[in-house]
Design a protein around this ligand. Sequence first.
Ligand code: MRU
Length: 355
Amino acid sequence: MTIETVALDDQNSQLVLIDQTQLPGRVEILRLSTQEEICEAIYLLKVRGAPAIGVAAAFGVYLGAKAIDTEDYATFCRLFDEKRAYLESARPTAVNLAWALGRMQQVVLDHSDLSVAEIKALLLKECNAIKAEDIEMCRHIGEHGLSVLKDGDGILTHCNAGQLATSKYGTALAPIHLGRERGMHFRVYTDETRPLLQGARLSAFELMADGVDTTVICDNMASQVMKNGWINAVFVGCDRVAANGDVCNKIGTSGVAILAKHYGIPFYVLGPTSTIDLATPTGDDIPIEQRPAEEVTDMWYEKPVAPQGVKVYNPAFDVTEHDLITGIITEHGIARPPYTESLRVLFEKKEDTTR
Ligand code: MRU
């Protein structure tokens, strides 16, 4: 896949996205200028996946800041914070959104001694750094992920935690893309991922574009492919990891983890440390986004599949308890149980390398 998931066209003050709601049927590139367009693109999942929405929001708030017409630091700070809060309200679960916007805000707060023009230049540098670091992190996650795989393995994945969910490589799919670069072959089974079909539409699209042996299964077929002996490991992404190792990811992930435990298949979560939120003690403390009923009853179908007016429960994410998880694979290595301890050690390592 040569198209970038998220890019900044600074010259034209536009956020450039591949519209993921149109894939795989149409590759449509969006050019967004206003804060409303950017916020809506995140909410409607035109850009999606925890790291990608962080990068999109960082570019978005930079464009918002660029348009603020004042020389007064206090006024700039106030207007910037309004834009930050607005973009942060787009989706509540993936911590990367708040993390990236928080990083951008810190630039403003740390430089009260500079002119507004100088702060804007620093904000541009910061959002570009967030994207560049995302690519680097994903490459490292890919390396660590490859260390638990062997050529020919069958991998089951859920939702899309690939290139389309990040700036490059992805998280859960990074080892597969990196392995391909090195001539390795994997068989990937991708859950279709109801209701928005990120697995059938997006993972299948990007894996096939990379020449990977890809099979789409309905979500309720995961048990059967595991029982058939076709799966050596489950690789999924994450939207937020709590301090105790509980993992919040796309709805349906916890069911896959329970199945993997039943069949004795290792279950790995792959994500950057920016998705680990040590301030959230357990999975119970993670806000779960509820989405419109139409996504379940109407979207993707010519006619509604359920009676009009039926009650619908549509949480976008669920929490997989830490004791179902074999390892959490990050850019700084693999955390293994007990996670309260191993995640803390991982963060110490991160601080050492960034110092
Ligand atoms: O609702 P989505 O499509 O944004 O959900 C995405 C996921 O659940 C991904 O697995 C997660 O964000 C990790 S992306 C590297």
